[in-house]
Design a protein around this ligand. Sequence first.
Ligand code: ZN
Length: 305
Amino acid sequence: MQLKILVWLSLVFSPSLMALPALSVVEVEQGIYVHFGQHQFPNKTNHGAIANIGFIIGEQCVAVIDTGGNPEQGYALKKAIEKITDTPVCYVINTHVHPDHIYGNIAFKQPNVKFIGHKNLARAMATRSHYYIDKAAEQLDVHLLAKDIIAPTKEVKRQLMIDLGNRKLMLTAHPTAHTDNDLSVLDKKTNSVWLSDLLFVKHIPVLDGSLKGWLKVLNQLEQHDYKTVIPGHGAVVRDWPKSMQPEKQYLERLLIEIRAMLAKGQFIEQAIEQVGYSEKSKWLLFDKYHKRNVTSAFAELEWED
Ligand SMILES: [Zn+2]
């Protein structure tokens, strides 16, 4: 009897379980749950858990969409799913390579779970994993091993339809935009699309792919009549494409101002100090990412025809 109590106590109060924070999720459409990240720069306090992550429930399967900024957040997401449904997780969909979206993958590694990503995702993971693992320890106090970065077992070249049981999801692999491995998820049942970091709301857009490519993708997405749109950072959007305009304007401003500087033969240093500052008051974390965005955009536009 005493032994049983001890076993029970050690299970209930084991450090790993106690340390696991409950993850808040909101049902934004029938069967679509989102945990909304805070607008913060990844650091040792938030351990990189800053992105919107979540899941979609069908009659036979659950699809997880992004797993969080560290393994613990992945386990917390798993626990949040189990609280809501007995339906098994069949798919983990990673929307792109950024650490705040993929570091919880290990929590879902099971033989019957398929990991799905853009055709370029595995390559991006392989190229960046050493750097990412070092940075995670240094900047986030998150200690990862190579095995925690789980590459897709199923790659999307252009589009892939998966069925969760009376619920079809259309996965689209986009041309280079926010990154070179952006994948969006359209839930046909509710006409909701999970754009992840193709859309930033209030949090300044972060450019790690192609400025021109991203604007092109936004112009295509703008033609659709989505009911609900889930960004990678920021609140859910129900007035598409209105809430996307600030992001489009920010990216267009970079494009116009950098092209003008290049035409005058000006240099990247000047661009970093001058381009896009009229946008500053519109965005959170502007000081953390804007100069980097200009640097990246300048390098891209410098070589255009
Ligand atoms: Zn991202």
